[in-house]
Write a protein that binds this ligand. Sequence first.
Ligand code: ZN
Length: 427
Amino acid sequence: MTRGDDIQLHTLIKEARMQQVTINSERLWQSLMALGKIGEQDNGGMYRPALSPEDQQAREWLVSQMESMGLEVKVDGALNVIGRLKSQSPKTEQVVAMGSHIDTVPNGGKFDGAYGVLAALECVKSLQENQVTLPFDVEVISFCDEEAAHNAGTVGSRAMMGRLLPGELEKAKIKGEKPFRYFLEQLGHSFAAVETAQRNADEFLCFLEAHIEQGKVLESRQQSIGVVTGIVGVYRYIVTVTGEAAHAGTTPMSMRKDALVEAAPVFTLIPQWVHEQNPDMVGTIGQVTVLPGASNVVPKECRFLVELRSQQSQDMQVVRDKLINYANLRHGWNIETIYEKDSVVLDDHMISCLSVVTEAAQLPYITMASGAGHDAQSFAPSVPTGMIFIPCLAGVSHNPKEWITEEDASNGCQVLMDAVRHLATQV
Ligand SMILES: [Zn+2]
């Protein structure tokens, strides 16, 4: 901590003594369990992919929660749910926004995303209950399709920050599946309205996201809070290698144009390029499709998904360029970009604010980078953005076994609340 942080900390402890506002951890847990019923499966896991009937039901549940609190509620063109608590004595028009997402991966858990939305909502409930007057409005936002159900993820938060790529919502994740646009229209919404979700970055004083860690670092180091310093970048591509289908019995090896064999060397080259570039970087080929896909036909097409992640966008660019060069030297190769999300560094002032309030609450914490993408990533390049992690059991996530303790949930929510109140002293 710097001397500045130290002074901040003492001011904060003084503030806290004057008026402690404690969040209601029991109520937070009850709302987590209530939302966890929507799309719950027999094994306890969640099925609530974006734009599914379950996701729609969860959105309606959230809207009714916000309405019953008297918030100004809006569902925007990208199906983000926004609940706004108006300030009684505003000193700025800028809003403090907090949130995450309520969609899940198929067979996911109850806390990924939902925790951030409901912790933010609990903060607002506690602010109302304690009649705390803030100098700014506060928004709770639940972003649509963070989990990439239909192609690229963080759709709602990127729509809000104007970061969607042209045409990406009209592309399916896998050939033959339906794109985001289809499901949106099925729900009776206009595709053209998605762009109306875009807002000016100047509207936001800051954006704060609380999330489960989805890793084991906090648990293994017995820390209550992780203050996030940066979020890993993610680049994804579909590579298609075209060969020629032929009879597997009658076509000699020398006369084949086998698409799988042509593609195969790159499956080991990519991990090699990644490792050479940066030992902390990761690269994955998570899906390979071979067509027509029969034991007696030489593959005519091999299609695979390449994903690169790094704290340094530059590293991902180097490996991507190696892949492009490799493909350019050969026949029948095509590389399509699904998306390129650059790594981001979170705001210093937000990192310091979150660290200081965590310290004042006497919770053990560390600063750390996030290896998973989050909605905060969409905000970070243009809005001062902060993020905290709470531990999750054994680091398990995207899994029915995903779990957190009531105490950790409560701690993260309190940190969020204290951060908002601390920010209020600086306006
Ligand atoms: Zn998430």
